[in-house]
Design a protein around this ligand. Sequence first.
Ligand SMILES: Cc1cc2nc3c(=O)[nH]c(=O)nc-3n(C[C@H](O)[C@H](O)[C@H](O)COP(=O)(O)O)c2cc1C
Ligand code: SF4
Ligand code: SF4
Length: 280
Amino acid sequence: MKLTTFCFSPTGTSRKNMMAVVKGLDMGDVTHCDYTYYNIESGKDLDRQLSSDDLALFSVPVYGGKVAPTALERMGQVRGEDTPAILLVTYGNRNFEQVLVQLADFVRERGFRPIAAAALVGEHSYSNAKYPIAVGRPDAEDLASAEELGRQIAAKLLQKDEQAWDIDVANDMPHPETPEASLQAFRLFVQEYTLQQQANPVKVFPAASSEACSHCGVCVGLCPTQAIALGNEEVTDASRCIRCCACVKGCPTGARTFDSPFAKPLSENFRMRREPLYLL
Ligand SMILES: Cc1cc2nc3c(=O)[nH]c(=O)nc-3n(C[C@H](O)[C@H](O)[C@H](O)COP(=O)(O)O)c2cc1C
Ligand code: SF4
Ligand code: SF4
């Protein structure tokens, strides 16, 4: 079996988790299709056709309880032919809701059959020194666990009865538990924020302070949607920005920041350590 991975990972946590699973799978022949830095304008090389002898692995982050929309846009032309697929979602310690069901439907419509699924944890894109959220995840423990998952999937693929490989994500995927008080507090914040936005819609985007920006251009290279122009790095093109925070996390001078209103309530209500969850 040949393994092909499909990944979208602006701040790198979905990629880290995926590479640990790949290590555990220990398959000699691996092709990586990383769609993070894909130039939308070029319109090339998005299509891939896999056969039933291949194994596919999809690794994407959770954005607002859904698969990051840019990931789906870029992976939309990938096709399988009854190709077994591993589904990985990485989320920032809040929740992943029905994201694996959404991803399972997406890949099924394109000819894949889900055989393993996992919800893995990554440092939240909005995490910062003032409002930390799952800082440093995936950590060594997470990566060891993801590698073990890879080994278990490899063992499963040795089973002769291929019908037994299939999983039912909608019914069997486990979900994390959240204390009621945290859920209530976060829901209340979202309700108030939604009302406030209806009355006075203000969208915030990352930006850089002109005093601190050295014009090194690092953020331009890190931006997956070409929302920052070289020489004009203080400005963010709001029509392109997906608020992934790759520029914020990668800025060497700390000039780029994102003042997300969600950072505080997320940091306050989702301090508990979520463990990786699997369905095999
Ligand atoms: C726009 C946006 C929305 C997000 N929504 C969620 C969410 O609903 N639940 C959650 O737990 N984490 C959420 N996160 C956090 C990311 O899922 C998490 O940080 C993930 O590790 C990022 O993956 P990456 O490193 O591959 O970019 C969100 C992040 C962004 C940028
Ligand atoms: S990475 Fe930071 S310092 Fe470098 S150009 Fe971008 S905002 Fe400026
Ligand atoms: S400008 Fe927006 S899309 Fe580009 S890296 Fe920064 S947050 Fe992500």
